[in-house]
Each structure stands twice: as structure tokens, then as C-alpha cells.
Design a protein around this ligand. Sequence first.
Ligand SMILES: CC(C)(COP(=O)(O)OP(=O)(O)OC[C@H]1O[C@@H](n2cnc3c(N)ncnc32)[C@H](O)[C@@H]1OP(=O)(O)O)[C@@H](O)C(=O)NCCC(=O)NCCS
Length: 440
Amino acid sequence: MQKQLANGLILRTLSEGHASDRERLPQFHADINGEGETPEAKNAFIHWVRDLINTHPTMTHDDFFVVVDPAKDDMIAAATLLIPHRWRYEDIPLVVGRPELVATHPDYRKRGLVRALFEAVHERSAALGQQMQVITGIPYFYRQFGYTMAVDLGQHASYPLDVMADAPPDTKPAFTLRPATPEDIPNMIRWYDRMSRERLLSENRSVEEWRYEIMGRDPNSGQVMDYQMIVNAAGQAVGYLDMFGFRWDKYMINCNCYVVGEEANYLETFDDVIRALKQWAQAKFGERPPLLSFAGGLHPSVDALIDRTHGGHIHTREYMWYVRVSEMIPFLQHIQPVLERRLIDSGAHGYTGELKIGFYDLTGICFKFERGRITAIEATQGKDGYDVSFPWNLFWNVVFGQHNSDEIRAILPEVGASGKGKVLIDILFPKKKSWLKGVN
Ligand SMILES: CC(C)(COP(=O)(O)OP(=O)(O)OC[C@H]1O[C@@H](n2cnc3c(N)ncnc32)[C@H](O)[C@@H]1OP(=O)(O)O)[C@@H](O)C(=O)NCCC(=O)NCCS
């Protein structure tokens, strides 16, 4: 793929085969995305991008986009990439594309290069059949390309490690840690799927992606993970921890998820897991930082244990994924089995009628129901006659379980809903947490 842009610039993919693009891209992202970071962190960017180019399980060279300037020896002026993901909406598989590492060299900013890159990324994403695009981006910027901020991301809870006293010498813990191996993958998938049942969006990783997560990355990559199995006294693995191997912030260690299967529980493993993580940090980094930070993959019982710890904190202001769904009706039809399931035994059980949702741009959609089944989801037009209306892509905040219509209405009074609109929208799209990291 190659496109001619203004001022002689060229937008192309790595699959065009220009060795200079491939060789320069890691340093480009280290310089631009890693601006102001330590040399160690810049190096972590370089190894991360090399992994993406050379060994990532779902990316091809068609998924790396660069803008080069032929007048300056093809220097890279801007770049981004698209990581194919497989997610789920409850039990419905989703094909997802994740733009990452968006960057423009300072000499080329505000010339529409990222806008041009995102057009190319969205074309590629559509060609791959991806039903939504997601990005962990800088605030606001991606709203300009049709995204809304709608799914939890980032630090969910913090635990002060010094609060947990070390076990007295000679105590044998009931649970210990050991590094994960590829043989652990079937159990990890089973436990992951079990915990995902409580979540709205979750990942649907292949065995190959799990292998890459556990052992496929360069140890110097900023995204390297250290998977540790939680093992009982009989040597049986009962769960796992997904720890970040690179510390972007030196005052803490980061845990992406803490998962225990039906072989044990959170209450009995918690103290030993925390103590073992203190030892893990000492062995890995030569020190025990004061904080253990957890991302969203945390059971509510662990939330409660952290919340009841002096200095433990459950964050109320998480960061979020930006999400974009360009084909609204096919997407809603795809998740229709989940929506029909939500109607069963609800206040609209067996409902026959219509729900019209407007978007304040003279367009809307109409759900048609017959005895609790959705018989059609159709486009509609016009200014009036909607049961509920949302501006600015905020409908997706409701579809992805982040907010209900009343919460949006609290700051945007134009999000009005009739009685019928309120009842149906709350039943079809209840608030629900998601759990995503995304192999990157
Ligand atoms: C943010 C960044 C990628 C923008 O790149 P760019 O090539 O200048 O972006 P574009 O020129 O394509 O801008 C697209 C639109 O966003 C606007 N825009 C540019 N930078 C913006 C910013 N930082 N915040 C909000 N809007 C911005 C432009 O005015 C333009 O609007 P228009 O199309 O209506 O005229 C670039 O400044 C950069 O590389 N920053 C450092 C790395 C970074 O933060 N990357 C993002 C990581 S998620």
C-alpha cells in the first residue's frame, strides 16, 4: 500500500519492502513516543517495536504505516501501526484492530499526517473485517477520528507492600509462586475464561498469543510480562499472576491480573501472594518498591481486601480505551443474541414494539421487537421521534457498559429518554465491567 501525500511525502506500509523504514522505525518511536523518557525506557521502546515487526503473533508488515519524506533521504515523518486482536462481547467473538504508537516528527506536525495515517489504518481495519478499533491514546485527540472513551484501562487499585508483614522465619506458606511455562497455558486459558464470564469485554487469545505473552518477547521490551503461577503446598498450580517485567515508574510494581481458578480462592491465596510478590520484586529488581499496582483484572473480593488495608486504594478515576465502531448496525446485529438474552425475565420480557435511538445528526436506529425477539435493527432518519438520544458517539459508552443514560444526562441534559426508552436501554445495555490488556 502506497499513497502520495502533499509536499511530496509518501505514506506506505512496511510490506513495500523498504529496508530503511524497517530499520529506522524502532528508533523513531523511541525518539517521538519516548520523548523525555530515560535512556532505559527509550531502549524499552526500541525492543518493543522490534518485537512487533519481527515476532508478534498477529501482525504482518501490512499493519505498519509510515509517512516518509523523499526530499530528506526517506526520513520517517510520521508512523503508526495496527495490532489485530480477538475480543469477546460476553460470549460473542469480536475481531478488533488496535492502532498503537502514533507519532509525528516535530518538524511535520499539524499537517494532517496522523489524519492521513488513520484513514489508511481504518481502511486496512475494514479490509481485515475488524468490527471495532480501540486505542489507549492521549486525551481527546482520537475523538477527532470517531472514537469515544468507553472502556476501563489502567491502574485500578494500589496496595502498599510494607503493610503486609513478612512471615516469621521457618513458616511454610500455603501458596508460592513459580514462573509459568507453555504447559500451563491450557489451565491459564480455563481460569481466564472463568473470570471473563463476569465481564463484558474480554480477550479471546489464541494459544500462540499466550505463548508470545509468556515467553515470546524480548526481555528488554517495555511490554515484557512475567507470568507467575500460584502453586499450592502439593505443587499444584491454582492460578496465575501477570506481572509487568519493565518498570515505567520505579516506585511500584504492576500486576495486570491476579486470577485463581476453582482449585483455590482469593481469600486463602491473598496474603501469600502479596508476600511472594515482595520476594519476586526483590529478586527481579533488587528492591521492594513501596507500591503494588493492579490493573482491571481483579476479582471483587481482592478489591475488598485491598480496600480494607490501611493505605490500600481502589481508584475511582481510571483511564479508558478509546473505541470506534464504524458499522453500527452490523455490530449491533452481531451482538443481538446477548441483547435478546438480557430481555428474558427483564421488565420488558416478551416485549413487542420499537425502540428508536437518535444521534442528533438527523440519523438514528430503530430496534424492532416481537415477543422478546429482535426482528430488525434498521437505520432511520429525522430530527424527532426518538425514545432516547445521544450526541458524539456516546451511545457506545452505553453499549460498552461504561455509563447508563442517566449518568450521561447528568452532564449532558440533551440525553433525554422517554419512560420506554429508559427501561429498554437500561435492560439492553446494563453497566458492566470489562477486562482487557491486549497483547501488544
Ligand atoms: C499528537 C501527534 C501524534 C499529532 O500528530 P500530527 O501529525 O500533528 O496530527 P495531525 O496534523 O494529523 O492532526 C489531526 C488533527 O488533530 C489536531 N491536533 C494536532 N495535534 C493535536 C493535539 N496534540 N491535541 C489535539 N488536537 C491536535 C490537528 O489540528 C488536526 O485537526 P484538523 O484535522 O481538524 O485540522 C503528534 O503531536 C505527536 O507525535 N506527539 C508526540 C507523541 C504522541 O503524543 N503520540 C500520541 C500517542 S497516543
